[in-house]
Structures are given as C-alpha cells and as structure tokens.
Design a protein around this ligand. Structure first.
Ligand code: SF4
Length: 347
C-alpha cells in the first residue's frame, strides 16, 4: 500500500460517518443511495433512502411500482430525471437480468442514468472491482494534493484526473479506498475552509505549500443561467373545494409532475402587464417568488381566476380535492405554495 492510500484509509477508519448504505454489499441499495445522493446533501438524502428502501425493498418492487408512485416518493428532491431513470433501469434489470444487478463495470455503465462515476461506485462498493471513483470530492482532493491546474470541466482534465485516480487506487481494497477518498473530500478537504491544520496529508499537499488551495480545482466556465417567468392560474371551486392541475408532458424541467395551469412570459414586466390587463378575471396572490434550479431561475407568480371561461384555454386539466393531492407528484415550488397559502383556499 502506498503512503497516500494508507493515510486516506486510516483517516477514513477514524473519521467516517456511519451511513446505512456503507454497511451493505447489496448493489441495489448502493445504486439507490448513489442516485439519491447526486446533487443532494447526505442529511436530506438519508430520509429519502430510508423511504425508498421501505417502499421498494427490492429491484422487483421498484420495477412493479408506477412512475407516479415513484415520482411522488421522490417529491422534494428535485432533478426528477434521476427518479425516472431509476424506475426505468429497475424495469430493465428486472426484465433483462432477471432482477439480478449486473456485476461487471461495462454492463453497469450501459444502464440508463448511470455514468462513469456511479458505475465505478457500484462496481467497487458492491463487487470490489478496481475502478476509481472521480466525483466532485475526488477532483478537489487530487487537485490540491497534486496542485493540478487543468480545468476539471475540460476533456483533457477529465482524462487526466481519471488516469491519476486509477493510478492512486488501492486495487486490493477498492471499496474502502474509494469510500475513503470521497469522505476525505466531503469532511476534511472541504470546498470552503479545509482543515489543513489537522490534515494527515499536509506534508504531501503541494497546493498547501504553494498557498493556492482556494484556487483548486480549476473550472473553465460557469454554466449560463436562464431566467423564466411563470404565472400560475388557480381555478378554485369554493363550492366543491376543488382545483385544477395539469401534467407537464413537454421535454422540459419537471416532466411528468403536476402543476396549476401555467402561462410563461418573457419577463416579469410582461407578466405584470398581462395581470393588469386581466384584473377583472385574475386576483394576484403574491409578489414574484424566485426558485433556483441548477441552470434556471424561475420567477413565479400565482393568481386566483375569477372567470371560469379561462379554463377553456387549457387542455387535459385534472380536477382535484386536497385529499387527492397526495398521489400527484408536484414540483417543490407548487408544493410550497400550497403549504404556505393553504388558508387562501378556505377564505
Ligand atoms: S492540506 Fe488542506 S488542502 Fe491539502 S489535502 Fe489537506 S485539507 Fe486538503
């Protein structure tokens, strides 16, 4: 074992967090945890992991569920394509592999929603195969220890880091080594203020010596953010105590989730002009609320509709009561609006 491997692994043994998916070699549970933890903090992911294991204890159970059930259980986690891929892949493993998770890296990588990082994680954690994981934590640790100035989001960078990570991998103990380097990046060599003062790698860390740890890793460019302006129309039937939702079927954010009928505008100013022109039919509820997604900022407004004729402008509306809402997956933006404004529906 090299010094690097030894230091990382013994740090891990002393400092690791106890997490349920670390006590198992079950590839289904490991896969589930990895998909949930993409773009999600461990503390939030934990509750979802436990819920999914409870509701879908096996691949067959997940494959047999409806997409609507899976999306409803996923509600609040965001990045819903992860849930759709999870479900589609469970069906694929169920039918093509007899519900047995494939045990070689290439077959795992071919599954929907599984990229190189996730394939390496499943292959090493569940099957002890020697594939190095390279996630955000690993990029950060390696970029600092080796003072690498190649951007991590360039083709050259991705290749460079992948070769280096595989060179450093403890091939006899890939599961624990991979867990260890990721945990080291998550707990010790963190983005904001790494704990260099008590770091066991400090004498090997070139970036620490060069005093440029905050400039590592290097990224080429930031993704451009798109602003969108949503006006949600609430048709509230106060006699029947029902309202209308519509399923988002377009290839866009929140596909297959349900929301109030929506009109999208080019700007908040255009939304306001429309609202003012319809003041006889619409009662605005709130100022614009900003909802941040990874590549989009959504500025949303909500208005109660006082003229039911406007309903004819929308197709495929579903009429629902609050009691029925639980089986319809909603974007967090809608869920939060209903939660915060529940009293408006009863006034
Ligand atoms: S010395 Fe600091 S920057 Fe270097 S590996 Fe340790 S925590 Fe990270």
């Amino acid at each position: 074992m090299t010094d690097f491997q030894q230091i990382i692994i013994s740090w891990y043994r002393e400092n690791k967090r106890e997490l349920p998916w670390r006590d198992t070699k079950n590839p289904y549970k490991i896969w589930l945890s990895e998909i949930i933890l993409q773009q999600t903090r461990v503390i939030q992911g934990l509750a979802y992991y436990e819920k999914f294991i409870r509701h879908y204890p096996t691949i067959e159970a997940l494959a047999d569920a409806s997409e609507q059930e899976v999306l409803t259980d996923w509600q609040g986690l965001g990045y819903y394509s992860r849930a759709r891929n999870l479900h589609a892949t469970a069906k694929q493993i169920n039918s093509e592999y007899n519900a047995i998770f494939p045990s070689d890296y290439e077959s795992i990588l071919k599954l929907k929603g599984i990229g190189e990082y996730t394939a390496a994680a499943i292959a090493s954690f569940a099957f002890d195969l020697p594939h190095a994981v390279v996630d955000g934590n690993v990029f950060r640790v390696l970029s600092r220890v080796y003072n690498i100035d190649i951007p991590i989001d360039s083709t050259e960078g991705k290749k460079y880091y992948s070769v280096l990570a595989n060179d450093l991998l403890d091939r006899a103990n890939p599961a624990i080594y991979n867990q260890a380097i990721m945990e080291f990046g998550a707990m010790q060599c963190i983005p904001g203020k790494p704990n260099c003062g008590i770091c066991p790698l400090v004498e090997y860390c070139i970036s620490f010596k060069e005093q440029n740890i905050m400039d590592r890793p290097i990224k080429k460019g930031k993704t451009k953010v798109r602003n969108r302006y949503f006006l949600y129309l609430i048709f509230w039937n106060s006699t029947a105590k029902t309202f209308f939702l519509r399923k988002r079927t377009e290839k866009d954010i929140w596909q297959e989730l349900y929301e109030f009928p929506l009109i999208e505008f080019e700007s908040d100013e255009a939304t306001m002009i429309f609202l003012n022109s319809q003041s006889n039919y619409l009662e605005p509820v709130s100022a614009a609320q900003k909802h941040i997604l990874s590549h989009q900022h959504i500025y949303s407004r909500f208005a109660f509709v006082t003229n039911a004729d406007l309903l004819n402008e929308f197709e495929d509306l579903i009429e629902l009561s609050f009691e029925e809402l639980g089986s319809y997956p909603l974007p967090r933006l809608i869920d939060r609006f209903i939660e915060n404004n529940y009293s408006l529906f009863n006034s």
